[in-house]
Design a protein around this ligand. Structure first.
Ligand code: ADP
Ligand code: MG
Length: 235
């Protein structure tokens, strides 16, 4: 498969068309951004780690009956993926309070939630991906009720599969962000699942092993990404 033109460049990936219809190549970058692009940096090796981890997790999701954008055995840095129309909503699932949930609701970081939560943000860089609820998503025509229900069902299922797997690897899945797309009449999981898009804590020490180390200048960012990569069984 050959790369053709770059269709768009996001903060963490470049998306290329290919010589195969309906198939794109995603090139993961080492660039890191936080706070809606205000903070910029590089996490050496992140592109390869995020790509390989994402594909590895997506294969597990496929095996659990969750449709994803994967097409075939992916390469190190630039896997071929299907071309869904991305739904402009980010689905955020939480098991433990972290990130914006702590400041928004005044709950201490690390508070275990009694059940997983699901919220949406509107995928719009200019607006800083603001929180949005179902009724706004419907009113703005971003998705149908059926699509929102399916996205919720799949996000909770991803949570069950990922949470159980990470736990076996000594990692607590605190929260994560997913993106979905429309493809041939169904909703499929797209984008990525990586330390960029998850909060991952060491189960014993509660040490942060994710992008919060970059956001908060905690140091050892590369080490943390490598640690996750290693613990989930990738080398
Ligand atoms: P962002 O800066 O919006 O987070 P990324 O750099 O993470 O963007 O990714 C680039 C773009 O690729 C995003 O807009 C994302 O929604 C999109 N994308 C991810 N997977 C797919 C796919 N399978 N088909 C089309 N677009 C995709
Ligand atoms: Mg992204």
């Amino acid at each position: 498969m050959e790369k053709r033109e770059m269709l768009y460049e996001g903060k963490a990936k470049r998306v290329y068309s290919t010589d195969v219809e309906d198939v794109l190549i995603v090139d993961y970058k080492d660039d890191a951004t936080a706070f809606n692009g205000l903070k910029k940096g590089t996490i050496i090796g992140k592109g390869v780690i995020n790509n390989r981890m994402s594909n590895y997790m997506f294969k597990k999701f496929e095996a659990a009956g969750i449709p994803t954008h994967l097409v075939e055995e992916p390469s190190d840095r630039a896997p071929p993926v299907r071309t869904p129309k991305i739904v402009p909503l980010q689905a955020l699932t939480r098991n433990v309070a972290g990130g914006r949930s702590t400041t928004k609701l005044g709950i201490a970081e690390g508070t275990k939630l009694l059940q997983p939560t699901l919220e949406f943000s509107y995928k719009n860089d200019a607006l800083g991906d603001p929180f949005i609820n179902d009724s706004y998503a419907l009113a703005l025509g971003l998705a149908t009720q059926e699509e929102l229900d399916r996205i919720a069902e799949l996000a909770y299922k991803v949570n069950e599969v990922a949470k159980a797997y990470f736990l076996e690897c000594g990692i607590d899945l605190i929260d994560f962000k997913l993106e979905f797309g429309r493809y041939q009449g169904q909703i499929i999981l797209a984008d990525e699942m990586s330390p960029d898009t998850c909060r991952l804590w060491d189960s014993k020490t509660h040490e942060k092993l994710d992008k919060d180390r970059f956001r908060r200048d905690m140091g050892n960012v590369e080490d943390a990404y490598h640690e996750v990569f290693h613990r989930i069984g990738l080398e």
